[in-house]
Design a protein around this ligand. Structure first.
Ligand SMILES: *Cc1c(COP(=O)(O)O)cnc(C)c1O
Length: 249
């Protein structure tokens, strides 16, 4: 995609966010746009950063590290939104201001003990697997409140909210149900008044294909890649969403 098509796409996505928010009586300013930049070269990400879109998300520690120098010329924030391996935590902490993919007590502990004192508390989200698809990471919904309590109790971590990857399906009602599920869990977290989780109201949910649905279900942050930067190489099976649904789906 050319520079001007990226800029046009950004405007289109912002308009979609605005329409979806207004359609359910929400303020568009209450929905943050995070640019999912996996596989996108730094020079194309810079087009967006220079236009004032200052929040990106990377899935892989290696990519986060590789692009960091090139992107540092424009002030921005990077969140980590992929599955985090323990041996990559230190690398990620050097470049990301928030980890959205905390999905086990073990990972929470490993991250907490590596947060440099001057960076504490580190912003985190608990990732919930609301779709039940085995191919996705995230704590299963019945375990979400316990994990939230565990994270809330760690002084090195500041729980901002919950994240999910919606159901990968053309069935709108089913996709919507997965997002509603995350909102219900968030509401349960807030009403349980769990120590350290009283401000965990963020809902990071919705991608290029379904951000409108996610916003009407309460998303406070949408993570958008394809709709801004174009299609990713489909040869890389690591990346979600896959070119075609996995067998059995
Ligand atoms: C790739 C990715 C996105 C963005 O997906 P698009 O369909 O390209 O918008 C959002 N969240 C996560 C965790 C991703 O890996």
């Amino acid at each position: 995609m050319t520079e001007s098509s990226i800029l046009e796409a950004l405007t289109d996505v912002r308009e979609r966010i605005g329409r979806a928010a207004r359609s359910c009586g929400r303020d568009p300013a209450d929905v943050t746009l995070l640019l999912a930049t996996k596989t996108v070269p730094a020079e194309r990400i810079l087009v967006a950063l220079r236009a004032g879109y200052d929040l990106i998300g990377e899935n892989r520690a290696q990519e986060l590290v590789e692009k960091a120098d090139a992107l540092a010329v424009v002030p921005h924030e990077a969140h980590f939104i992929g599955h985090l391996q323990k041996n990559k935590i230190n690398q990620v902490l050097r470049h990301a201001s928030c980890i959205q993919s905390i999905d086990s007590t073990d990972l929470a502990d490993q991250v907490a003990k590596r947060v440099p004192a001057e960076r504490a508390p580190l912003d985190v989200f608990v990732q919930v697997n609301t779709s039940g698809e085995e191919s996705k990471y995230g704590v299963a919904p019945p375990g979400a409140l316990d994990l939230v309590a565990h994270v809330g109790a760690a002084p090195q971590l500041r729980l901002r909210g919950l994240m999910t990857i919606g159901l990968f399906s053309a069935d709108e009602a089913a996709v919507r149900a997965s997002y509603r599920r995350l909102r219900e869990i968030r509401d349960a977290v807030l009403s349980a008044e769990i120590a350290g989780a009283q401000a965990a109201y963020e809902l990071s949910m919705g991608m290029s294909g379904d951000l409108d649905l996610a916003i009407t279900e309460g998303a406070t942050m949408v993570r958008v890649g394809t709709a801004v930067f174009g299609r990713r190489p489909t040869s890389d099976a690591y990346y979600w969403p896959p070119a075609a649904p996995a067998p059995g789906h």
